[in-house]
Design a protein around this ligand. Structure first.
Ligand code: ZN
Length: 297
């Protein structure tokens, strides 16, 4: 019998829970609505208990910002989120106390990056990036085989990009920065700018020219800073698959031949790719975090 692990992908609208040993061996799954912390966490704990399946460790991949500093009194907390009721909420301790197993904790995007590295589009690579473009924009990076952490965790959605106010007079929607990357290119921003569900915007709509521009500008920055071997683009906006070839072409144009590597030339189709774990990238990422925690314990 394979060892089983628990995964929780903590999102702003739902908590996806899973018990699995990997993507080919999923034993139980649940979606629990994100209401109040007390109600949601109680339901998560009950679900794991009621499953009757013993887990070796639990991984939590959460929306943030998070406190990931082990020596901090608020380690394992969601910190300054604008989500009502969830600011300064402990996630790790209540689950660890209730389930009695090692608990790993990281950002949703770091979890997804790790999961794609173990089972998905970044198998065999040591340095790569997972970026989600949906309700928000966030990135997780694996660098030399390790999830990238630092002062806190990267906030790749909040980088500043050139904003041509003539081409795009929209001021941006980030409550902290206005026209940062997330403020210009998230799903809700597309809604707000075009007053229409982005999923219904046709491929030739001018919305996509701007969207491709912003995503390509951001990717060029990440490429120049992290030198990733591959970039995985997930999230609801990237379900519009026609964006991929356009983003690849624009990245090449912006780099202008400066970085001499086949991956950014003829190999670009394999360089900027969708996630292979699909909609389960996040929750399987949490399982990958749990596996790391079990190995460390
Ligand atoms: Zn911002």
């Amino acid at each position: 019998m394979a060892d089983l692990y628990g995964g929780v992908e903590a999102g702003g609208t739902k908590f996806n829970c899973i018990i699995a040993s990997g993507p080919q061996d999923i034993r139980a799954e649940a979606r629990i609505p994100t209401t109040t912390p007390a109600e949601t966490l109680t339901q998560v704990i009950r679900w794991f208990g009621a499953s009757g399946l013993p887990i070796r460790a639990l991984g939590i991949a959460s929306f943030g910002p998070l406190d990931l500093r082990r020596d901090s009194p608020t380690y394992g907390y969601i910190t300054t989120t604008p989500k009502p009721g969830w600011r300064n909420t402990a996630l790790v301790k209540p689950l660890q106390d209730a389930l009695g197993v090692p608990v790993a904790f990281d950002t949703d995007v770091n979890g997804a990056a790790l999961g794609e590295g173990v089972w998905g589009a970044a198998r065999g690579l040591h340095t790569f990036l997972y970026l989600t473009i949906g309700t928000g924009i966030g990135g997780g990076a694996v660098v030399n085989g390790q999830l990238l952490h630092g002062l806190t965790h990267p906030e790749m959605g909040h980088i500043r990009l050139p904003h041509d106010l003539q081409a795009d007079p929209y001021p941006g929607a980030c409550p902290f920065h206005g026209d940062c990357f997330e403020g210009l290119a998230s799903g809700p921003t597309l809604w707000a700018r075009w007053q229409q569900d982005p999923a219904t915007l046709p491929p030739d709509h001018p919305a996509w020219r701007l969207e491709v521009r912003y995503i390509a500008l951001a990717l060029v920055n990440y490429i120049c800073v992290l030198s990733p071997q591959r970039i995985i683009l997930g999230g609801g906006v990237m379900d519009s698959h026609f964006l991929f070839p356009r983003i690849r072409a624009e990245v090449q144009q912006l780099l202008n031949g400066y970085i001499a590597h086949e991956a950014l030339g003829a190999g670009i189709d394999r360089y900027i790719v969708p996630p292979e774990l699909g909609a389960r990238a996040g929750v399987l990422g949490a399982v990958a975090l749990a596996m790391q925690a079990a190995q460390a314990s």
